[in-house]
Design a binder for this molecule. Structure first.
Ligand code: FAD
Length: 308
């Protein structure tokens, strides 16, 4: 079933889960074991992130360097196929422009059609490690709106049909000069054919409500699903703002600092903060909440028990 149809037919808000494919060496059975605790909540679908191949330069005996492409993780499509086969669950593979030609993307879309996957989250992806700005593949797409349009063209050519989601940033994408420009660019993705939006994580719901209002004023009328990640370690107070260009409220920062070395307490504070966020978002009528699991299970299960 397509995500947009699930959103439109749901009588109450639901949890949308996002997992990261395992590193090489982890088996299918190990992966399925980590996903199992979520299954008791009968999720409607599961998002699976995708990761760009990294490039390494290896010094050769003659002093010159050889370029090597390194793939550290199993692909999103393979993980989706494993989850579908075991649990019969709908999956939403993420697809990125980074490192891919249009032919590569079309090849992947054929694989999705073969597997009966009707959903895609279309993203640009980030620059490679050590690269200052994102550089598109010479025969690929520079922005997610082009990818969305490309998927719609593929559908027209091959008769398959996808529900397409796109990403958005309540605190602005780090490259955008201002939030208004970023929202105008978000509208390009919707105008290109995106059915719904999932936001980057945020820790202050007011930031989301203000963002949603601005999107509506800019003429973006598709469903917007807020993204929530429970803070799980004290280190994330520094890491999350750096990696995702977001703010962590003073109250949460201080609570984590006060917990000191008590890891359990930090975990609990992060989980409780997210539970409060989810309850408030649900009270405000969001269609669903996207939970970034990031390899954690216990906190996500607690949030699902409390809120859905
Ligand atoms: P875009 O929409 O292309 O935007 C990138 C920047 O370009 C923004 O500043 C925007 O304002 C600007 N822009 C957009 N369109 C145009 C245009 N037409 N002309 C000029 N400027 C434009 N990354 C992964 O590698 N794998 C994942 O699985 C993954 N999952 C994600 C899931 C979610 C829900 C979100 C929110 C992000 C995810 N990301 C993932 C991260 C994402 O790839 C990065 O944030 C990336 O830097 C931007 O991707 P985007 O699709 O938002 O890009």
């Amino acid at each position: 079933m397509k995500v947009i149809d699930i959103i439109n037919s749901s009588s109450k808000p639901y949890a949308s889960l996002e997992i990261v494919p395992p590193l090489n060496g982890i088996t299918k059975d190990q992966l399925l074991e980590t996903v199992k605790p979520f299954m008791e909540f009968d999720p409607k679908y599961m998002n699976v992130t995708c990761h760009r191949d990294e490039v390494e330069f290896v010094r050769k005996a003659d002093g010159s360097y050889a370029r090597r492409t390194v793939r550290n993780r199993v692909s999103a499509v393979t993980v989706c196929a494993a989850i579908m086969a075991k649990y019969g669950l709908e999956t939403v593979p993420h697809m990125i422009c980074g490192g891919a030609s249009i032919d590569d993307i079309q090849g992947e879309l054929h694989e999705l059609a073969f597997l009966g996957i009707q959903n895609v989250l279309a993203l640009r992806g980030d620059s490679l490690t050590g690269e200052k700005r994102f550089t598109p593949h010479p025969e690929g797409y520079a922005h997610a709106d082009e990818l969305v349009a490309g998927i719609r063209e593929f559908e027209a050519q091959y008769g398959s049909q996808f529900s397409i989601g796109v990403g958005a940033y309540p605190e602005k994408h780090f490259e955008a000069p201002n939030l208004e420009t970023d929202i105008a660019n978000l509208k390009k993705k919707v105008d290109a054919g995106a059915d719904y939006i999932i936001t980057q994580m945020f820790f202050d719901n007011q930031v989301f409500y203000d963002f949603e209002k601005k999107c509506r004023e800019a003429g973006i009328m598709v469903p917007i699903i807020p993204g929530i990640k429970p803070l799980s370690t004290a280190r994330q107070i520094g890491l999350l703002p750096e990696s995702f260009s977001l703010d962590i409220p003073v109250e949460l920062t201080e609570a984590v600092r006060d917990a000191g070395d008590d890891k359990e307490a930090v975990y609990r504070i992060g989980t409780e903060w997210s539970i409060a966020q989810c309850k408030d978002l649900i009270a405000h009528g969001v269609p669903a909440i996207h939970l970034y699991t990031m390899g954690k299970t216990k906190n996500i299960v607690e949030i699902m028990k409390e809120c859905f």
